[in-house]
Design a protein around this ligand. Structure first.
Ligand code: ADP
Ligand code: MG
Length: 325
């Protein structure tokens, strides 16, 4: 078995209904079609519905079986009909499962790291609870999503801040006074300029000057990507740049704007039909947008074509990506 580490891509964002699940599903599918071994995992423990997007109506088992039946990680993988793509459900009969405790979070995290896959896409639930943040922080290059509305942009900004502050508080855990500063999970617009990284650093300096270098290190290694979804026009696209600028200005973090997906009936229809849009309509606008994003993530040019009901995949490795137009 390959000993290289799994590339984990958590997908989060402040608000529900911005397309995390539908984009995660199609992203996982597209990366699988490009040749990688992919596991898509439902990380929305409260209201899991990811299986439905793959056309699976009743998953027979889920990750909860880890705790109940002590199953081996690979036995929890569900076939999807796509050879390179496996699925892990979180659908279970436990209504309290949204609030899995930190012990279980740790177990799930070590479980994910042991999966036999090139890439794991982890679709997260809404909000900024510590569960969600700790899953998001499994990688320093997770994906955050937003729609173009200001409320969504602000929620996603808060999500990035909460994830960053959580990183800082966990790595500087001897500073318990900090916990209060960083446990600020529901900031409002009014907090925008008060709870910035600059304020945080000032406060840290008052407690322990020597920690600032470490804080800068944590900030520098945090490089989430952003996908803007439900874009209707050129002006909407600016919301992505706006978010990048806000995050740079107030959090000193470089967000990587990897692309956008248009608002489209093809997406809605695919959800209703329980068939990912990338397979249903590979040449539709949202599919083209997503292929572009997958190309960026995998450093390839991915191109899907459907003929006589069959999908054809062509893929070219980008040799000198630095010189692309
Ligand atoms: N690009 C899009 N165009 C049209 N509808 C979309 C798009 N993205 C998401 N939707 C709609 O939004 C609904 C919610 O998406 P979902 O992925 O479940 O959001 P989340 O996981 O963030 O809560 C989908 O069922 C779909 O109908
Ligand atoms: Mg969801």
């Amino acid at each position: 078995m390959a000993s290289s580490t799994v590339n984990i891509i958590p997908v989060g964002g402040g608000k529900g209904g911005i397309g995390k699940s539908v984009i995660s599903t199609n992203l996982a599918l597209g990366i699988a079609l490009s040749g990688q071994k992919v596991v898509l995992m439902d990380g929305d423990f409260g209201s899991s519905n990811l299986h439905a997007l793959l056309g699976i109506s009743h998953p027979l088992y889920g990750f909860q079986d880890l705790f109940i039946n002590k199953k081996s990680p690979d036995s929890l993988l569900i076939e999807t009909g796509i050879s390179n793509l496996k699925f892990i459900s979180s659908a279970g009969d436990n209504p309290g499962s949204a609030n899995i405790d930190s012990e279980r979070v740790k177990k799930v995290i070590s479980f994910i790291k042991k999966l036999n896959a090139d890439t794991v896409i982890l679709d997260l639930g809404p909000g900024t609870s510590f569960n969600v943040l700790d899953f998001f922080n499994m990688s320093s290059k997770g994906i955050v999503m937003s729609s173009p509305e200001t409320t969504s942009v602000m929620k996603t900004f808060s999500f990035v801040r909460s994830a960053l502050f959580r990183r800082i508080s966990r790595q500087l855990k001897n500073l318990s006074a900090l916990q209060k500063l960083v446990d600020h999970s529901k900031p409002t617009n009014a907090d925008l300029e008060t709870y910035t990284v600059a304020t945080l650093k000032d406060n840290i300096k008052k407690i322990d000057k020597t920690q600032i270098e470490k804080v800068d290190e944590i900030i520098n290694e945090f490089k989430p990507a952003i996908i803007l979804n439900r874009v209707r026009n050129k002006k909407d696209l600016l919301a992505g740049n706006n978010l990048v600028n806000l995050v740079k200005k107030y959090l000193e973090v470089d967000l990587n704007y990897i692309g956008y997906i248009v608002e489209s009936d093809r997406v809605r229809e695919s959800v209703e039909d329980m068939v990912p849009f990338l397979i249903k309509n590979p040449q539709s606008k949202p599919s083209e947008n997503l292929q572009q994003i997958i190309g960026t993530l995998t450093n390839t040019d991915l191109h899907l074509v459907k003929e006589d009901g069959r999908i054809f995949v062509s893929k070219q490795v980008r040799l000198n990506s630095g010189w692309d137009a």
